[in-house]
Design a protein around this ligand. Sequence first.
Ligand SMILES: NC(=O)c1ccc[n+]([C@@H]2O[C@H](COP(=O)([O-])OP(=O)(O)OC[C@H]3O[C@@H](n4cnc5c(N)ncnc54)[C@H](OP(=O)(O)O)[C@@H]3O)[C@@H](O)[C@H]2O)c1
Length: 336
Amino acid sequence: MASSDLAAKKFMQCLQYDSYGGGSASFKHVQVPVPTPNKNEVLLKLEATTINPIDWKIQKGLLRALFLPRHFPHIPCTDVAGEIVEVGPQVKRFKVGDKVLAKLTHQYGGGLAEFAVASESLTAARPIEVSAAEAAALPVAALTAHDALTQIAGVKLDGTGHPKNILITAASGGVGHYAVQLAKLGNTHVTATCGARNIDFVKGLGADEVLDYKTPEGAALKSPSGRKYDAVIHCTTGIPWSIFDSNLAQNGKVVDLTPDLSSFKTFALKKLTFSKKQLVPFIVSVKSEGLEYLVQLVKNGRLKTVMDSKFPLSKAEDAWAKSIDGHATGKIIVEP
Ligand SMILES: NC(=O)c1ccc[n+]([C@@H]2O[C@H](COP(=O)([O-])OP(=O)(O)OC[C@H]3O[C@@H](n4cnc5c(N)ncnc54)[C@H](OP(=O)(O)O)[C@@H]3O)[C@@H](O)[C@H]2O)c1
C-alpha cells in the first residue's frame, strides 16, 4: 500500500486495557480511529514495538501517583519503529516515506497498534541496515544503559577514560544486554550477573567475568578476580546496600534503575553522611539525539539488539505475559 493510501486509512487494530490490574488477560483487541498528528508530530505505520517492564508496571497501577496512564482505555507501549505516513505542519526533519524509530509518551502510550503518532523531538531516522525490530528495541532499554554508564558511572564510550571496573546485574535482560556491550566500548572490566543458562550468552556480549545469581558467590556479587567495582549498573531488584557496600571501590556508585523507597532512603543517608560510596536512583529521559547515536552504533556493528522472541500484534498479550514473567533474554518484540 502506498504511504498516501495508508494515511487515508480511517481505522486500525490495537490492544487496549480499561482499568488497572488484570495483566495480559485484560487486553481487548479493538478497532479505533487512526490518530491524527498534531503540528509537531508524525504519524507512523508501525513495523515493530517492544515491551519494557515499565509498560506493565503502569498497568499494575505502580505509577498511578504520576497520573500514568492519563486515561482509560489505554493502548500501552512506547518504543516503536515504522514508516512515516503523515507529518504535522511544523515537522522539519522528516517527510512521508521516511523509516524511523521513536519513543511515544508513557502518558498516552500507543505502541500496541497498527499506527501511532510520535513527537518529532522523540523520533530518529532509521538506516536501512537496521531492521525495524532491532530499532524498536532501543529507546528505553539501550538509552537507559547508555546514560547510566556515561552520565553516572563516567564511562567514556570512545575508550579514552580511566580504566573502570563495572558490575552489571541482570546482564541477560533488555537493559543489561545493552549495558554489557556499551560498557565494553569504554575502558572497562565488566563483571556481570545472570542465570546459569545465560552465562555463555553474556560472555559472548563481551563480559569479562560472569556470576550465576543463584549461587552463593553470585548472590554475594563477589568479582572472581577480586576486583572492587567503580560502578554498578543495577538492572534487577532485591539486593541490600550491605552487599553492594563490601564490593564497591572507595568512590563506587550503584546506579539503581528500579528505585523504591528504600533506595531513596539509602541515597539520602549516603548524601547526609558525606559517604564516598553512593546509591544513585536513575530514571532515563529519552531524546532523539540519544536514539540517533544508538541506531548508528547498531548500523556500524558496534551494538546489537538480541531478541528474546517476536509476536504478531494478534498475540501481543502473550508477549505481555512473557515480559511480566521476567525471564526474557534480550528484548521482546511485537510486530503489527
Ligand atoms: N530507571 C529507568 O529509566 C529504567 C529504564 C528501563 C528499565 N528499568 C528497570 O530496569 C529493570 C530491568 O529492565 P529490563 O528491561 O532489563 O528487564 P527484563 O528484560 O525483563 O529482565 C529480565 C532478565 O533479568 C534476569 N534476572 C532477573 N532477576 C535477576 C537477578 N536477581 N540477578 C540476575 N539476573 C536476573 C532474568 O534472568 P533469568 O531468566 O535467568 O532469571 C532475565 O534475563 C526493570 O525493573 C525495569 O523497570 C528502569
